[in-house]
Every structure is written in C-alpha cells, then in structure tokens.
Design a protein around this ligand. Structure first.
Ligand code: C6P
Length: 424
C-alpha cells in the first residue's frame, strides 16, 4: 500500500481495524480534481470501473520508462526485463486467486474475453448437440450471450437457474437443472446489479457430481471479496484488472491445469505455436497456447501492481468496510422512498445498490445527481434478462469501493432528495 503523506510529512492515522477510507482516498489522484468546476467528485460507479491509485499509475509509467520491450521475444536485457515483469505478474495473479500453478493463469483483455476464450477453445471441442449449459438468471451479458452463441452453433440447450424474490439463487432447484447432459455451469460470484454473493461452491459441487465443469464470473467479486479457486473448486474463473484498481485492457482467465492442457488454442498467431510449417502448426504449452500475438504487457504489469495494492490493504478489511458502508447506503437510499433491488442485508451482498425512485427515470436521475458531482450508473447494466425478471427496463445503481465514505452516500441521498423535489 502506498499510504499518503499528510501535509508536514506525517502519515494519516488509520481508522479502527487499520482501514481508513479517507487515507486510502488520498492514494487516488482523481479525487484531487473537482468536477463541474468546483464539485467534490463523488464516485459511486466502481462496479463499472474502479479508480486507479498512484501506485498503479506509477508502475505503468515505470514499465514504459525502464522496461518496455516485447515480452518473450527480445533476448537483450531490456527484453528480459519486460518478460520478467510480465511473468512476475502471472505469479502475482496465481497467488491472488490461490492457483496451484502460474500455468493456470492466462492473460486476456478482461472478463468478457476470458469467457469467450472458454466458449471458443473449450466449448467447440466439448459441447455437442443434446448437451446442456446452465447459466443463472442474474448473469451479465458477458456470461450469457457467449453461451447462447455456443448453443446456437452446436445444438446444445441453454438452461437457466432462477432467482427468488430477494434476488438469491434458487439453489434448491439445482438437482433438477443439473443433469447428466450438463457440460458446463456458468455462475456469477457476485451480481453487478443485485450485489448478491452466490454460493459458488454449492453450485460447483452439484456440477461436479454429474461430471460438468464450472465457470465463475468473478468480475465483481475479485475486487471486493477476493477469490480462492481451490475453495470454490471451480474449473474456470474470469476477472478484469480495471475493476480492481488496475488498467483497462487486462484480465485473467484461470483454468484448472488439467482442463487447460486438453484445450485447443483460441487465437492463432505469434507465440502460441511450437512449430509452424506452411500448411500446419503445433502449439505451445499452457498458458502461452492461449496468448497469441503481442499482449497488453504494460496493462498486465499494472494489474499486478493493483493486486499488490489491494492485497496490502487486505481483502478482508476492504470487505468489512464495504459491508458497513453498504448497510448504511441501503438504509439511506431506502429513506428516500426508493425501491431497492437485491438481498435485504449487507451480509448477502457486495457494495452495489440498484434502485429506482418512483416516477423518475433512472437516466434522468443519473443526469441530475451528476450536477452535484455524484457519479452513478443508470440503465440495464448489461443484464437485460435480469431487468425483465425484476419487471423494470432499467435501474439507477450506486456502487462502492475502498475509497468511498459515508460522506459519499450522504451526498447521493441529498442529491436524490433534491431530484425528488423536481419531479413532485
Ligand atoms: N460490468 C458494470 O457496470 P468487462 O467489461 O469484460 O471488464 O467485464 C464484463 C462483466 C462481466 N461480468 C460482470 C458481473 C460484470 O459486472 C462485468 C462488467 C460493468 O456492471 C460494465 S457493463
């Protein structure tokens, strides 16, 4: 962690439990810059993308200034520095998800690409007519549309695990929905709309009992809860750097080593090959078999710096802070008369609060609160089937992270109250 110096060179004192969001906030240069000329930035859209601490920005700059070359190409010293930074990042990611080996870590551009890699490389080889893929009713389009496409290509059937009225997964229905025809179960660890934290291990056990594999969309959980692929017992897990304070353009696909070993490549091109003839090629070992062409090296290095940053702060401390802030936000937003979607308690959800104010379109709401420097997202949040299940076309959504404080929630609520006044 890069603790910010206070004026006079003293470090700010940490709050109870050693975690103080006011101190953390100072690590993020974006908060030094007002919006709308003089408004304090109230950033409540971290589920879309997180802000970047100085440690990450400086690491990317240092890479470009002192290590920049292509990875796994140049045998000169600069090239070796780039390769080392890139491969060190793989080890950081392996430790972060508790993978047994860095060979299980494939770099991608983010969660969406990670899931599409599985769709193409694993799906085309393993999913056939008559097979079934099970997804949940709360999936982001990234963990839904690729499976619709794969089913369309192969003649497999897509099935859906419903949610209940509180936005919790109906795991009681797993027995009937996971059958000997099921090849893959795809589940989000934490919903980007409802915030629901799903019982992934229970889903994985049901899938494995019939020989199916499990893919976990950890886009929201990796930054806020941390993930442990051994404890989850998943076969694939995907996340993006940009939601955990890292750069855009980098992400990870974790794959169980034995599963990756048996998978054909995704993209064809440089570095993913062992030997090439004019009419055929043999392929590299894992994970390089899945990393064709020049990768986003600086972004991957920045992702490792982001992981170092959040792990130094402690995922448990981040989660405890977000749980406390979410409980506060659930009460505060409810006090405006808004309808809130998702589980009722902060224990069951991450720091995401999707809501609607009666009679106010969420897009209008987001535009109005922006005038006060408050950034929230409005829309379907790339989860249109879930919106239909909730019976709404769209919601507003406030999402919190390690740098948010009660002041941010208070600013949102004050702005919502003002917006209500305009529409009454
Ligand atoms: N959700 C949101 O505002 P990418 O874009 O590939 O980094 O992540 C896709 C993705 C996959 N799964 C979940 C659960 C997600 O939340 C996201 C991204 C953002 O909710 C942008 S739509």
């Amino acid at each position: 962690m890069q603790l910010s110096e206070q004026p006079g060179g003293r470090r700010a004192a940490p709050g109870p439990g050693g975690f103080d969001p006011e101190v953390v906030r100072k690590d993020f240069p974006v908060f030094e810059h007002p919006v709308h000329e003089d408004k304090r930035l109230v950033y409540l859209d971290s589920a879309a993308t997180a802000q970047k601490p100085r440690a990450v920005i400086e690491r990317v700059v240092r890479f470009y200034e002192t290590e920049n070359a292509n990875a796994h190409r140049g045998i000169y010293e600069l090239g070796e520095r780039a390769t080392k930074a890139y491969e060190d990042a793989r080890e950081t990611c392996a430790r972060f998800v508790n993978a047994a080996t860095p060979r299980s870590i494939v770099f991608t551009r983010g969660t969406t690409e990670s899931i599409n890699l599985v769709r193409y490389a694993w799906g085309r080889a393993n999913v056939h007519e008559g097979d079934e893929i099970l997804v949940t009713e709360m999936e982001h389009h990234s963990n839904l549309v690729p499976w619709q496409m794969l089913c369309g290509e192969t003649g497999a059937t897509l099935r859906h695990l419903p949610i209940d009225e509180r936005g919790l997964l109906r795991t009681d229905l797993l027995d009937g929905l996971v059958t000997e025809r099921t090849r893959l179960v795809c589940v989000s660890h934490m919903s980007n709309v409802l915030g629901t934290i799903n019982p992934v291990r229970e889903v994985a056990d049901a899938a494995h009992a019939v020989g199916a594999l499990v893919l976990v969309d950890a886009a929201q959980s990796a930054p806020h809860l941390g993930v442990d692929v051994a404890a989850l017992d998943c076969d694939f897990l995907a996340f993006s750097a940009h939601k955990l304070c890292g750069p855009t353009g980098a992400g990870v696909l974790y794959g169980r080593e034995s599963v990756l070993e048996d998978m054909p490549p995704f993209h064809g091109g440089g570095e993913m090959i062992r030997e090439v003839w004019s009419d055929r090629a043999t392929y590299n070992e894992i994970p390089y078999r899945f990393e064709a062409g020049t990768m986003n090296i600086a972004q991957v290095v920045g992702m490792a710096a982001a992981i170092d940053y959040i792990t130094a702060l402690g995922l448990d401390a981040i989660r405890a802070h977000e749980r406390e802030l979410t409980a506060y936000a659930l009460d505060a937003v409810a006090s405006t008369g808004a309808e809130i979607y998702g589980p009722p308690t902060a224990e069951q959800r991450g720091g995401v609060v999707a809501f609607n104010l009666p009679e106010v379109h969420p897009h209008d709401l987001a535009t109005i609160v922006d005038e006060d420097g408050v950034c929230i997202r409005a829309g379907h949040h790339c989860a249109q089937p879930l919106m239909r299940r909730l019976g709404v076309p769209a919601t507003a959504r406030a999402s919190m992270y390690l740098y948010n404080t009660r002041d941010d929630v208070d600013a949102l609520v004050a702005s919502l109250e003002q917006a209500k006044g305009w529409f009454s």
